[in-house]
Design a protein around this ligand. Structure first.
Ligand code: GP9
Ligand code: MN
Length: 629
């Protein structure tokens, strides 16, 4: 009986079915894919199958059992590995891997602690089907002679696979029209096409973007230029040049979200220094990060260029050779000495390469700091010594200087040495959230000592200090714990609001001694370049930029996230739903329609510039004579 059954099971089909079931189980257990109805569940269930049948079907072309088995095992392993890599990646980023991210290999070595906390020994269960395949192969070989598959059978097999693929695409199309044009929504792609087809599609996109640069020409800038001109807002004349010729210090505060400002854990302030400092600064409390998969590096890209990062991969990796018109270049032209300061390996996020395109005069990276084990934790040098040593380096810089500093301690998995814990952990099921408050508190201390040191070293008065949070620290994976902390459910509306990061602009002599102001205009990181440029007296009238000066009276309350969500004065568009800010409830979608179009247009134009490397044509006289002025 047993013998009869086993003889009839074909190894490729068995492998495909096991991986199919495994993929579905992984969908349900390891990813947070929102399912709204039975049809979506059905699509999710069948979506891995067509690809797997094709992939394993190739085994039927082999005419020796050894080769066929070898192919099946290797394919199972590779696909299983891709699936598992997505699981590990998802645990941290709540996102699926894209090809450009995968090739960011120079990051892998540094991911160390962060990656390890997301990989567990019991993850071996993700490979259980391969173990079963081995056992099956061993057992089966005893009984069965190898018979190559007949052509007709093979045809029938692939016909079934193709039919399944069309069924899948057909159902997906009815469920989610224009699926493939909304490619920034990876969850939607995986949900409808399946994780394997999604990766194939991703490969296709990658090749397309390489071709795009080759095909691009300056004429594509015409529409973009018109759009940017039409949206230009004039600087506020009281603010224009207010910090001219001062040193500019921009501080990227790692993973700092706005909800911790003026907030506490069991009665203890999380950011006591910043809570005071914002009274002496312009504090923007409606300001959002707009980063994608490139995280910190995306935020750097935004503030330097006032262009959006990409929906897939980190633009620092994918387009590091592009021509740019950055804040650093403009200040360099004005006689500033420009640099970036970050006590990490210089190649992380491909910074050493990309910083050349941005145009910094120098990059102070790990090798410029005195880093010993006692002043390191987690990802590297602790923030307090980082700031201290940085100020010493600033003393030596030619003046005026522009430097952009990036902190590191408040980074997932948010670990600290005992002596650096100034407040208690929060108590929830998420260790990540619990520890987050402590590392934020540590960073706050570091900033306090930094400002003091700038004063002590005589650098403070003649500088302007801009601080902003680069992106979220707590992903949606921790919604339950976050809901416990906030005391309310994390709906898509709340989740979008949680993308707020603090923006603090501190101008000694102007905003200190309590002369600060809370500014509640809706803005985002894209607005920083024009805002800062104007404070330093640099005109941006002719720049190709999508941001607007936050001090301008004409500034529009609008900010779009890289994934297409957006926020206006009265509405938040998230999860394909228009929410009223006032009631926090969904409203008729027409309220969001106009801004939805603006969001789509802007992201599209920005992508076009990056994919086509269009700024290389901007200075060309042909283009300017025809289309400018
Ligand atoms: C690494 C630091 C952290 O150098 O910028 O990067 P992140 O993971 O936040 O993008
Ligand atoms: Mn970061």
């Amino acid at each position: 009986m047993n013998r009869f059954k086993i003889e009839r099971i074909s190894l490729p089909v068995l492998a495909a079915v096991m991986l199919w079931i495994k993929t579905y189980v992984v969908y349900k257990t390891s990813f947070n894919i929102k399912i709204e109805n039975v049809m979506q569940e059905l699509i999710l269930f069948i979506n891995p199958l067509s690809f797997l049948l094709f992939a394993f079907g190739i085994a039927y072309f082999f005419n020796s059992e050894k080769n066929r088995n070898r192919y099946v095992i290797i394919t199972s392993f590779i696909l299983g590995f891709i699936l598992y890599a997505n699981v590990a990646f998802y645990r941290f980023f709540t996102d699926f891997i894209t090809l450009p991210v995968l090739f960011q290999t120079s990051n892998f070595a540094d991911l160390g602690d962060s990656a390890l906390t997301e990989i567990h020994w019991y993850d071996i269960v993700y490979f259980i089907d391969i173990i079963l395949l081995f056992l099956f192969m061993k057992y089966k070989r005893k009984y069965k002679e190898f018979v190559p598959v007949r052509k007709v059978k093979r045809r029938a097999y692939f016909l079934v696979a193709a039919a399944l693929l069309f069924l899948n695409i057909g159902l997906a199309e009815t469920e989610r029209p224009q699926l493939l044009t909304r490619t920034f929504d990876r969850e939607m792609l995986v949900k409808n096409l399946g994780t394997y087809n999604y990766h194939l599609y991703d490969i296709f996109l990658q090749s397309k973007s390489s071709a795009q640069r080759a095909m691009a020409d300056g004429s594509e800038l015409v529409d973009i230029d018109n759009y940017v001109r039409a949206n230009y807002v004039k600087p506020n004349k009281d603010m224009f040049g207010i910090a001219e010729d001062r040193n500019l210090i921009v501080v990227t505060l790692e993973s700092l979200q706005n909800f911790v400002i003026n907030n506490d854990v069991y009665g203890e302030e999380i950011t006591p220094f910043l809570n005071d400092f914002i009274n002496d600064s312009y504090y923007f409390d409606n300001f959002y990060h707009q980063t994608g998969q490139g995280k910190t590096s995306d935020s750097e890209f935004l503030i330097e260029n006032s262009l959006y990062p990409l929906s897939r991969g980190a633009v620092f990796f994918t387009h590091s050779g592009n021509e740019l018109d950055s804040l650093a270049q403009n200040l360099g032209d004005k006689g500033y000495y420009t640099s970036a300061m970050h006590a990490n390996n210089k190649s992380f996020w491909n910074r050493d390469i990309m910083y050349k395109s941005i145009g910094y005069d120098y990059f102070y990276s790990a090798s410029d700091y005195d880093i010993t084990p006692d002043i390191s934790v987690g990802w590297g040098m602790k923030d307090i010594p980082f700031f201290q040593q940085s100020v010493d380096l600033m003393k030596e810089m030619p003046k005026p200087f522009y430097t952009k500093m990036i902190t590191l301690t408040n980074h997932h998995p948010f670990r600290l040495d005992e002596e650096d814990k100034f407040i208690d952990e929060f108590d929830s099921k998420s260790g990540t959230l619990n520890r987050y408050f402590q590392t934020v508190r540590y960073m706050d201390e570091a900033v306090k000592e930094f400002i003091q040191k700038l004063k002590d070293e005589g650098l403070y008065d003649n500088s302007i200090i801009v601080m902003y949070g680069d992106h979220y620290g707590i992903s949606e994976n921790h919604n339950e714990a976050m809901a416990q902390y906030l005391g309310k459910e994390v709906t898509p509306f709340v989740s979008a609001q949680l993308q707020q990061v603090p923006l603090i602009i501190h101008i000694p002599g102007v905003t200190d001694q309590g002369k600060g102001k809370v500014i509640s205009k809706v803005g985002g990181q894209i607005d920083l370049k024009p805002t800062i440029s104007h404070l330093l007296g640099v005109d941006t009238k002719k720049a190709i930029q999508f941001g607007e000066d936050l001090f301008s009276d004409q500034h529009h309350d609008f900010t779009v996230f890289r994934d297409g969500r957006f926020v206006t004065k009265d509405y938040v568009y998230a999860d394909n739903t228009c929410y009223s800010k006032e009631t926090e409830e969904p409203v008729e979608s027409s309220y969001c329609d106009k801004d939805k179009e603006k969001a789509r247009l802007e992201l599209g134009y920005s992508d076009k510039i990056i994919y086509g490397d269009l700024l290389r044509f901007y200075e060309s006289s042909d283009y300017r004579n025809d289309n400018m002025e």
